[in-house]
Design a protein around this ligand. Sequence first.
Ligand code: CP
Ligand code: NVA
Length: 292
Amino acid sequence: MKNNFVDIYNWKKQDLEKIFEKTAELKQNPFQKHLKNKTMSMIFEKPSTRTRVSFETGMTQLGGHAQFLGPEHMQLGRGETIEDTAKVLSRYVDVIMARLFEHQEMLDLAKSAEIPVVNGLTDWLHPCQALTDLYTVKENKGLDVTLTYVGDGNNVCHSLMQICSKLNVPMKVGCPEDYEPDQEILDRVKTTEVMHSPEKAVKNADVVYTDVWTSMGKEKEARKRKKVFPPFQVNQSLLKHANNDAIVMHGLPAHRGLEITSEVMDGEQSVVFDQAENRMHCQKALLLELLS
Ligand code: CP
Ligand code: NVA
C-alpha cells in the first residue's frame, strides 16, 4: 500500500527515527542517485521559498526531477477538482508534494492519488517542517530536552506538538488567550502544556521556537495580531528565562522585529539557517522512504 506524509499522527516513532538516520547519511553523502527517472509534481496554492527550493534541489541531487505547478498554471485554478487532478498526476509522476490552504483538500488529494502524497503545508499542519525541526534538535542537543513554542497555535505548532509527542519530547506552548492550538490537536497530544505567560513557558527550556504571528491566509487579522503578540516576542530578555545553552529555532520566513529580534535571530544561540538547510536533507530521506 502506498504511504503518504500528510499528518505525523499517522507515523510511527521507529519510522521517524529511520528517516533521521537516513538524513544524517545523506548529509554526509548528498548525491545518491536512487530516484533516477522519478518525477515529483509540486502543487503550490501559496508562496514558498524553502519548501519549493529544498524539494526541487533534493530531487535533482537524488537523480530525479521535480516540476513546479503554481495555481495560475493549472486547471485546478479553473475549477478542475483536486480528486481529478490527483488521478491524472498519478498516471504521469511518482510522487506529489502539495502546499494547500484547506487541510481537507490535502486529505482528498491523498485519498484520490495512487502515488505517495507529501504535505508541504496546509492551514492546519506543516509536517515537513516539524520533521526537520526535531532532526535539528537531535543534531544540536539530542532528544532528552524540553521544547517551548512561543506564538500562535498554528500549523507549525500543531505539527511540532505531534512529533514531540511521538518522540517523547516534553513541549510547552506559550500563546496569548484565544490563540491556543486547535482542540483536535490538543485532544490528540495530551502531553503539551499550554500557558499564557511567555516567561513561564520558556522557563528551563532547552529549545525556544517561534513562528510568524500571522500565517499565510490570515492577513486580514494582521493588525489585531500585531497588538496582541508583542509580549510573546523572542528577544534577549525573554531568552534569559530559558536555559543558558538553549537553542533558538524558527521555521522561517521570519519577520524580524516582530516575533523575533535580529539580535536573537543572528545571535549565537540561533540555529535557524541550519534548520532551513536541514529541510533539504530530511525531505530527501523522506522521499527515499516513500518511494522505496
Ligand atoms: N518554512 C517554510 O516552509 O518556508 P517556505 O514558506 O519558504 O517554504
Ligand atoms: N505558519 C506559517 C508557516 C510558513 C512556512 C504560515 O502558515 O504562513
